[in-house]
Design a protein around this ligand. Structure first.
Ligand code: ARG
Length: 391
């Protein structure tokens, strides 16, 4: 009997896909669900029961949050990777990890066919498939949403009802993708970029706005955040705490027109409070500990790094090489950054580092100045010799 491994979330698309593939290919279905957002035991059990009652032979749910943080999110943070100035790529950075686990599970159970529930118009199909082809020789990928008969959500709901597939009731206003690094929201009324997001579109930051400021200190060791206001925290805990705190101030919202890999422009909104705060703090520390040349070179590289993540090319030689460069630069990125959280914004107010290359005696305009001003005249004359008017 044919075996198919599917990337499964328990939502409408992947539930219909599970049932449809089983029937169409007369196959045994293994359903794999990656938990990168933090599921409760009850939610986990619910997905397993749902998958089994929809017809899966086996349902596997794995908590990948720690690996997600250590091996994907933090390398991206260290690179200061941001797509088109605003998007911290919460969705994009999760895909290679899911592809990696899918490849491993397929190998373990001797499965040659892997299916996912992405549409044919988005980036995630590119990321899953690029990841799978990079990791698993000979894998066959199926993307039923690109070729099955259902054209609308209603048709899928009909199919589910007819076949007694358990689905959650109620129509969905938006399409969401959520994990602990952020939430992405699109579709519905957001498809008109000339109108502001309806207030019910915000998932994490839609609550009551906190007005009273908070001061926080984020500490980094070799580029990775390790403590909040003096308390050492594990990566998942630290990010969850910052998300909750930042969300109360509605920090980390983005509303952007996005340029997808497949050529479409789309409008998506994002909420990523921890990502925003950590990115600001991390870059601030780099400005103090990195020499000017490395700092500026790294800024250029950050754009390329972001593109590799966005385009799903995590398992590429170039991404590995850039990560090696980034890690080399992070050896001195240890220290603490203090910020004030206000409504809608975080503001940096101070920083310290044992590796700081800021020198007060060189910078000062007051007593104790050790800077040799006599060197400036010759330095300037030589440095602009090529463009100076000749007499
Ligand atoms: N546009 C984002 C990306 O390609 C997020 C895609 C998923 N968004 C969603 N709401 N389902 O990374």
């Amino acid at each position: 009997m044919k075996k198919i491994l599917i990337a499964y979330s328990g939502g409408l698309d992947t539930s219909c896909m599970l049932h449809w593939l089983k029937k169409k290919y007369n196959a045994e279905i293994y359903a794999y669900c990656a938990d990168i957002s933090g599921m409760s035991a009850a939610e986990k059990n619910k997905i397993i029961r749902k998958g089994l009652s929809t017809g899966a032979k086996k349902v596997i749910v794995e908590d990948l949050r720690n690996e997600f943080m250590q091996d994907y999110v933090f390398p991206s943070l260290k690179a200061d990777a941001v797509y088109d100035g605003e998007y911290f790529m919460s969705t994009a950075i999760g895909r290679p990890l899911i592809a990696k686990r899918l490849a491993a599970v397929a190998k373990k159970y001797g499965i040659k066919i892997v299916a996912h529930g992405c549409t044919g118009k988005g980036n995630d199909q590119v990321r899953f498939e690029t990841g799978l082809y990079s990791l698993l020789k000979g894998v066959e990928v199926l993307a039923p949403l690109r070729f099955w008969e259902f054209r609308t959500r209603e048709e899928e709901v009909d199919y589910a009802k007819k076949n007694k597939i358990p689905i959650s009731s109620g129509s969905k206003k938006y399409s969401l993708d959520e994990n602990i690094w952020g939430v992405a929201i699109e579709c519905g009324r957001l498809e008109d970029p000339s109108t502001p997001p309806p207030s019910d579109a915000w998932q994490w930051t839609g609550g009551k706005l906190r007005k009273k400021e908070s001061e926080i200190t984020v500490s980094f060791r070799e580029g990775c955040p390790v403590a909040l206001s003096g308390r050492t925290l594990a990566p998942v805990e630290l990010v969850a705490k910052l998300n909750a705190l930042g969300a109360a101030y509605k920090i980390g919202r983005a509303d952007m027109i996005e340029s997808r890999v497949v050529g479409i422009k789309s409008r998506e909104i994002y909420e990523a409070p921890a990502a925003k705060i950590l990115n600001m703090a991390h870059f601030d520390l780099e400005r103090m500990v990195l020499d000017r040349e490395t700092l500026h070179y790294k800024e250029k590289l950050a754009k390329d790094f972001a593109l590799l993540i966005y385009n799903g090319r995590w398992f590429s030689p170039l991404r590995r090489a850039l990560s090696a460069f980034v890690d080399e630069t992070q050896k001195n990125v240890t220290g603490s950054v203090t910020m004030i959280l206000h409504p809608y914004a975080a503001q940096i107010i101070s920083r310290t580092s044992p590796n700081s290359i800021y020198s007060k005696s060189l910078a000062t305009y007051a007593k104790g100045d050790k800077f040799d001003r006599s060197l400036a005249e010759g330095f300037i004359k030589l440095s602009c010799l090529d463009i100076a008017k000749r007499s």
